[in-house]
Ligand binder design. Structure first.
Ligand SMILES: CC(C)(COP(=O)(O)OP(=O)(O)OC[C@H]1O[C@@H](n2cnc3c(N)ncnc32)[C@H](O)[C@@H]1OP(=O)(O)O)[C@@H](O)C(=O)NCCC(=O)NCCS
Length: 173
């Protein structure tokens, strides 16, 4: 459904939104009809670590309904920090992961992923991060195109998340 993107509002979400995030994630898997490789399935636990500042979970709302969300994860010293795999980043604490964006299937095609990544980047810059990084499946050209449109470039191709092939992209901010 094409919508007027200027009618979309954005709201930082709290941990109480996890059931909504899980529901939207499951809707996405159902819509993909058996293709599960494009997304690592998040759990309550893997979402929960993304709420404390300076991480940010941002919901996009239209007509009172959450139609998309984006997550910036400041993963610090944990193994989740994608900068462990980036030769360009000397201090991994200067990197935040653009961990996940989901746009509900009915609302795809409105540029919402780019809008969310732009807002996550503004937040990351204000919080003092110097790098953003993200991974994308080779079978997900839509997400890769949007990351590139936001200025990310491919650093390398890796096996991640139990053997899934992933393109690792980063951006100096
Ligand atoms: C990747 C994703 C966030 C992009 O959503 P979006 O911001 O609405 O996409 P865009 O506005 O850039 O869409 C551009 C075009 O690609 C199409 N498109 C977007 N995602 C698509 C998908 N998963 N499958 C097929 N076509 C898709 C749009 O319909 C649009 O087509 P149009 O120009 O003919 O209207 C969305 O597909 C999604 O939520 N996918 C599942 C979760 C995911 O893969 N997240 C990223 C993990 S790294």
């Amino acid at each position: 459904m094409k919508i007027n993107i200027s009618d979309v509002t954005y709201k930082p979400l709290g941990i109480e939104s996890i059931p909504d995030l899980l529901e939207i994630q499951e809707e996405t898997f159902e819509y993909a009809k058996g293709d599960t490789d494009f997304l690592r399935r998040n759990t309550e636990e893997t979402f929960a670590v993304c709420f404390p500042a300076p991480s940010l979970v941002l919901g996009a709302y239209y007509g009172g309904e959450m139609i998309a969300f984006g997550i910036l994860h400041a993963a610090g010293e944990t193994k989740e920090n994608l900068a462990h795999d980036l030769d360009e980043v000397t201090d991994i604490n200067e990197n935040a992961n653009v961990k996940l964006t989901i746009v509900r299937p009915a609302y795809r095609g409105n540029g919402l992923q780019r809008a969310l990544i732009t807002k996550l980047e503004e937040h990351a810059r204000a919080a003092g991060f110097k790098w953003l990084s993200s991974t994308v499946s080779p079978g997900n050209p839509w997400s890769k195109n949007n990351l590139e449109a936001c200025g990310f470039t491919t650093a390398k191709i890796l096996q991640k998340y139990g053997g899934m092939q992933r393109i690792l992209l980063c951006k100096k901010i």
